[in-house]
Write a protein that binds this ligand. Structure first.
Ligand code: FMN
Length: 177
């Protein structure tokens, strides 16, 4: 069973899709949670760019308006909080370990991330993180995120599921229709 829903958030048309994980009964589902809200995707409109800035420890210092719309949090709820409030349980820990290692070395990282909304739904982005320099000194990080297509989402979900398995992280399998 697959549903497609649309809802209006601040006059913006955001497509919501509910996926049926249990379609493939042969798979073993070892779920850390079973809230149906985890099935609801918010699609980032192709015309939008999600922007945030963090201090050097990953605490949020700035968010743009579309970020609040897509994540479901208000600006006040996000400023000062660690960026991991958006961490989706499908994201392997090793992805972020590698992200921080790369950021410390090169002040630059790019990759696909699945994020969790305040309402436990999710959204996919391609994130580019860059160091912000003042008088030659690294002071912050900024992140600019763009939407990805369905093929990239399906491939990334598979890659993340595999990575979590290989690293004994939480296990869950999702099948995109
Ligand atoms: C600029 C910047 C943006 C980030 N954006 C996200 C994000 O959108 N989602 C996310 O889960 N982690 C993001 N992170 C990584 C988090 O800081 C954190 O490492 C990650 O959520 C994993 O949580 P953990 O380190 O507590 O395990 C970002 C980090 C930086 C520096």
């Amino acid at each position: 069973m697959e549903y497609k829903k649309k809802r209006n958030v601040k006059n913006k048309n955001i497509k919501m899709i509910i996926f049926d994980y249990n379609k493939d009964k042969k798979k073993d589902f070892l779920m850390e949670y079973n809230s149906s809200e985890f099935l609801i995707e918010t699609e980032v409109p192709s015309s939008e760019v999600i922007i945030s800035r963090t201090d050097l420890n990953g605490n949020i210092t700035f968010v743009n308006e579309i970020f609040t719309t897509i994540s479901g949090y208000t600006e006040e709820e996000m400023i000062g909080k660690p960026h991991n409030i958006l961490r989706h349980p499908d994201m392997p820990k090793v992805v972020f370990e590698e992200m921080w290692e790369t950021l410390r070395k090169t002040q630059r990282w790019e990759g696909i991330v699945k994020n969790k909304r305040k309402d436990d739904g999710f959204y996919w982005v391609n994130a580019m993180i860059l160091g912000v320099f003042k008088d030659g000194e690294l002071v912050e990080y900024k992140s600019v995120r763009l939407p990805i297509n369905d093929k990239q989402k399906a491939e990334s979900q598979k890659r993340f599921d595999k990575l979590r398995k290989e690293t004994n992280d939480t296990t869950r399998t999702i099948i995109y229709k």
